[in-house]
Design a protein around this ligand. Structure first.
Ligand code: AHR
Length: 335
């Protein structure tokens, strides 16, 4: 059989092409193109998260707003939330944290009822590899025992309360102060911030200061005591939260003087009831403290479990509300 030169060349070229392409597959890839066998873990999503939240209790409308925010955000994002109500007791919050550790949750969120006494249980969480995120309140622990925190600048809230009160009173007042829960971060910081500003107003005197534990009932009780002791000498009240102010308003009315007029009142939180009191002319200002921390908390939690960097504290943006526009703002308030 006669084979033409052309056919021979074609066969040779096809064979060479096949060889070349085979050898291309056989060649090892350059080191820069090799994907390591131990590739990075896939990132977790909200739906993978199991989060424990050791809430303080339900002492105020602020707290109820905070609980609702955490529960609603968990539901919206698909996070599995384990929620515990500490009923205002630190030992209950500690027990809740221990139960979350036993459940091996991914992250634990806690608003510490008081600043002290957390080191042992936070160390237990750390030893179990479970990050602690502080929500709303600080704890007095070394920095390595919590990963991050989210909430207000309570010192600044205290300063704002003093600024607005000094203006209301033209720098002259006999003030009584309803302090929040003893040893809590908001009580300590608001106490400090308020005094920082008052230093510049020698006519603004604090004549009495007692804890009303952030509740309406205690606020009323302590205000009644202040009135028994100091009578009409009192010209202003600074309450560390709106709930105590609302309790105090009742005591002031029962005593027979006018809240918002005879006794000017400034408080903190900006709950709906504070706007109603301002509309009724019984409260003179409310400094905002934002409880709607659920979305930020879960965002931090996800970043933490995925090993992403987070700031040590994320501050809420807040303002001060006065009676002038309380009517317009009330319908927009969510807590
Ligand atoms: O920690 C925030 C404070 O706690 C709020 O001002 C108060 O109302 C609440 O109980």
């Amino acid at each position: 059989m006669k084979v033409s030169k052309l056919a021979l060349w074609s066969a040779l070229l096809i064979a060479l092409g096949a060889l070349t392409s085979c050898s291309q597959f056989a060649l090892p890839a350059p080191a820069s193109q090799i994907t390591p066998a131990t590739s990075a873990k896939p990132k977790k999503t909200f739906k993978d998260l199991v989060v424990g939240y050791a809430q303080i209790g339900a002492e105020s409308d602020w707290r109820t707003g905070n609980t609702a925010s955490v529960k609603q955000a968990a539901e919206k994002l698909g996070v599995e939330l384990k929620f515990a109500d500490g009923q205002q007791k630190q030992e209950n919050q500690i027990a809740a944290i221990r139960s979350f550790i036993a459940m091996k949750v991914d992250v634990i969120g806690v608003p510490p009822v008081v600043e002290t006494g957390w080191e042992i249980v936070f160390k237990e969480a750390k030893a179990a590899g479970i990050p602690i995120i502080l929500v709303d309140r600080r704890a007095n622990v070394p920095d390595d025992l919590y990963v991050t925190g989210v909430g207000s600048d309570f010192v600044e809230e205290g300063r704002n309360a003093a600024r607005v009160m000094a203006k209301l009173m033209n720098g002259q007042a006999n003030i009584v102060e309803l302090v929040g829960t003893i040893d809590s971060a908001p009580a300590n910081d608001r106490y400090k911030g308020f005094r920082e500003i008052l230093k510049d107003y020698p006519g603004m005197r604090i004549i009495d200061s007692q804890s009303g534990d952030f509740t309406r009932a205690k606020g009323k009780e302590v205000m009644a005591e202040f009135l028994r002791k100091h009578g009409k000498n009192i010209t202003a009240l600074f309450a560390h939260n709106d709930d105590m102010a609302i309790g105090a308003i009742k005591a002031i009315e029962e005593y027979g003087v006018k809240p918002g007029e005879d006794i000017k009142i400034v408080s903190i939180d900006s709950i709906r009831a504070a706007f109603e009191a301002m509309i009724a002319g019984k409260l003179n200002a409310t400094v905002e403290c934002n409880p709607l921390l659920g979305p930020d908390f879960f965002e931090l939690a996800l970043k933490v479990v995925n090993g992403e960097p987070v700031p040590k504290w994320v501050y809420s943006k807040e303002s001060v509300f006065l009676p002038e526009n309380a009517k317009d703002i009330l319908p927009t308030r969510r807590y």
